[in-house]
Design a protein around this ligand. Structure first.
Ligand code: PRP
Ligand code: URA
Length: 209
């Protein structure tokens, strides 16, 4: 079974508390989401392979470690996942970015796909799916399924706030996928919104409500 890692670093928790606050406006929301994503990227890349290299400093030659150069792909789920891309790219600038457009049907809560553009070598990359909200888990599970059908073999999921139901769904459908979150909240309400959550992430990010 894939791991569920709750990134409980004080900086992440502090920034998430401000992000949740209903008084936080779109500009600050965007900045905080980017910062938290960067901090979570530090954790999600912890197991990247490194190799020994020799480095000549002004004083001596020493053995150091550098990344082996594993190919990474970021796959934000539109729209809200877009708010996480720049934060992760600041730490992994060589990553390629694919996009999957999904929206939740307001009646059925089922994900509906409307866009997809992935790097041509998607199957060779370690992929990180980005979406701040893991509610029913339908969107994340569908995106991961889609990536597998395109040949992806190594996939991690980075969310910000998860409901227990969403974690269960991804674990059931994709048991090998590691899930990184900043918080696991209480439950889903009758509209399948996460409680306490932070509201509609896409709307808060882009000021559409
Ligand atoms: C939100 C969120 C996730 C999805 C989570 O997107 O960003 O993609 O809902 O819900 P689920 O786990 O129940 O599938 P939404 O459909 O509101 O689209 P948007 O990002 O374009 O606003
Ligand atoms: N999508 C959101 O943006 N927020 C939720 O709480 C659930 C789905």
């Amino acid at each position: 079974m894939g791991r569920v890692v709750v990134v409980d670093h004080p900086l992440v928790q502090h920034k998430l508390a401000i992000l949740r606050d209903e008084r936080t406006g779109a500009k600050e929301f965007r900045e905080l989401l980017e910062e938290i994503s960067m901090l979570m990227a530090y954790e999600i890349t912890r197991d990247l392979p490194t190799e020994e290299v020799e480095v000549k400093t002004p004083l001596a030659t020493c053995k150091c470690r550098m990344l082996v150069g594993k190919k990474i792909g970021l796959v934000p789920i539109l729209r809200a996942g877009l708010g996480m891309v720049n934060g992760v790219l600041r730490l992994i600038p060589a990553a390629k970015v694919g996009h999957i457009g999904l929206y939740r049907d307001p009646e059925t809560h089922q994900p509906v796909e409307y866009y997809c553009k992935l790097p041509p070598d998607t199957g060779e990359r370690e992929l990180i799916v980005l979406d701040p909200m893991l509610a029913t888990g339908g969107s994340a599970a569908a995106a991961i399924q889609f990536l597998k059908e395109k040949g992806a073999r190594q996939i991690k999921l980075m969310a910000l706030v998860a409901a227990p139901e969403g974690i269960r769904r991804v674990q059931e459908q994709h048991p090998e996928v590691d899930i990184y979150v900043a918080a696991v909240d209480w439950y889903l309400n009758e509209h399948a919104y996460i409680v306490p959550g932070l509201g509609d992430a896409g709307d808060r990010l882009f000021g559409t409500k």
